[in-house]
Design a protein around this ligand. Sequence first.
Ligand SMILES: Cc1ncc(COP(=O)(O)O)c(C=O)c1O
Length: 376
Amino acid sequence: MIVKTAHKCYVTNDKGVKVIDTTMGSGAQIIGHNNQLLKRIGGQIERGTIYSILNCHTEHVNSYLKRYINPEFDEKYIFCNSGTEANMRAIRLARAYTGKKVIGRFHGGWHGGLDGLLEEHPDNKGIPSETDSLFKVLPYNDDKCFEQITSDMAAVIVEPVQGSNPRSDIKSFLQKLRDHCTKTGVLLIFDEIMTGFRLSAKGGAGLFAVRPDIVTYGKVLGGGFPIGVVGGKTEIMKTKNVFYGGTFSANPLSMYAARVILETIVGTKEINYDTLNSAGRVFRNELNDFFMEKHLEMRVMGCGSLNRIIFTDKFIRNRKERDEFEPRDAQTTFAKKLQELGVFVNGNGLYHFSMAHTPEVIKDLIRLIKIAAKDL
Ligand SMILES: Cc1ncc(COP(=O)(O)O)c(C=O)c1O
């Protein structure tokens, strides 16, 4: 699939074939491709796209985040250009603040292509085992993880909702994780690159009412432009002598985009969480009813507008169980079938709905998925 143009929730390939887009820039484009706000954001191009000097938008973004999203956090955030970069900085900050090295991370999680976070990935060549030894892989959504989170660790990083098994029944696990980290003096980092400004205006932290010590954002906040953000409690953010800089960090185009997105979220105009969540709910309910009625070994799991079809009828607690029950090629075979029917599903298997996925589009998508499923 080579895309030539994108509009609303559709992408058109180089041969002129238009398909429903379910990845929406890996979740980054929550309003819809080629939307009205992009034209406004594009106005920044005339005022300059790169200064490498402080720009006037950054303070607005800081103050929106302080006022509406994380009032208990420091008023200054660290800005960079990708989720991967934000997590690298968050991990560095956690190590600098605590003076400890080991970071806990969960099996089935994704925090970007950083050395040390790819041990289970098939493409993990070139990473010295010494790097891997600075991370501890923990079982996700499983209380057994708590005995492995020990006071000698700097931090634990977790996606409030993992893309590999997106679910809304995770609140009590996150609460226990929060309590355990507080008790052991281990920092809790929420990687909200995917969930931030998607599950709710306040991300997974807001939805589940669990507060991390450090948070990272990306994707939606950039409005379709590259961004990564780190924020946290003041005493942590004030840690001295931690390096964060970069040529494109806090560039005026990405910062203006973030400012416009935050204005939109606060004003509940172009982004409306009830609308987004309703698209996800209809998608899950209708397809799960259909899969059960037809005795298909398929289910939809998800949380809000973040969804995944799994190829088993069993309840799965985490990615490990998904791997046990799901046939290895099921995701790619199904994605190929859907593409023939006019639906693009990304290699990561995630369905990210946007404001452009109207009830009519969702209905059509459900119809096409039913055709593809019956054909399996
Ligand atoms: C939860 C999470 N963290 C980090 C990343 C990495 O972000 P980026 O691809 O912008 O580097 C991603 C990207 O998919 C993600 O979903």
